[in-house]
Design a protein around this ligand. Sequence first.
Ligand code: PAF
Length: 285
Amino acid sequence: MADVKVIQTVSEMHRVADQIRADGLQIGLVPTMGFLHEGHLSLIGRARRCADRVVVSIFVNPTQFGPQEDLEAYPLDFERDRMLIGDFGGDLIYAPDAEEMYPEGYASYVDVEGLTRHLCGASRPGHFRGVTTVVTKLFAAVKPHVAIFGQKDAQQAAVIRRMAQDLNLDVEVLVSPTIREVDGLAKSSRNFYLSPEERQEASVLYQALQKAKCLVADGERRADVVIGEMRELIERRPLAQIDYIEAVDTADLQPMEEFSGEILLALAVQFGKARLIDNLVVHTA
Ligand code: PAF
């Protein structure tokens, strides 16, 4: 196993990042909350290809969880993550604790408007404020040239891209494709919560997205019809509880009634303890 150095403080992370930059090398960052799966490993692989040093951050960020959400139950396996990061080409792990990230008296937050109004922004109030705040802090600590996010969290990626642009953060934000199980279920740390029955039913999310894709390819342009068909398919699964199914413009993430151009079809569905999200981009042209 490759030996991966673990950094736990902002000051040490600054020192190491400054040294890498002074050596004229590029830093790639893969921000994670740990409990890595193949989706994360593909992000590490992408970072490896476009940077000289790959930093993987592991931090379960309390400010992006609502009071009734799964912060306390969020799965962790640091030693397994460390081994995987070494095996898949990571050079460093940045793993501060909550006290290092949000010390006594902490009072600063980053908010992106507009793009956070719908989808998970509507059903998880405050979630993106927590995400953009922690990602800003990760960027400030790690000083990456490039940061890689997954398309599974399409809204998160769009919000972070907007934030980097608006705040003139000197970081290139790249988005890598969703990695799926053989039946189409998007890989997610939260799949761990699924019972065997829930796991079996959860493939309906991908089926619903594929059904929507076929409808659009056949010329359907009415959002309510496409969403209605997706809803009908998912509601046939007794263990599924739909949080939202929405169709939004990829440019501004605002809902569309009549499809044209590039559309993000996104959904969030609860199966027992697991709130799963997935999405697909479709085109009318
Ligand atoms: O996508 C995630 O795992 C988290 O939202 C992130 C980007 C690491 C911020 O905590």
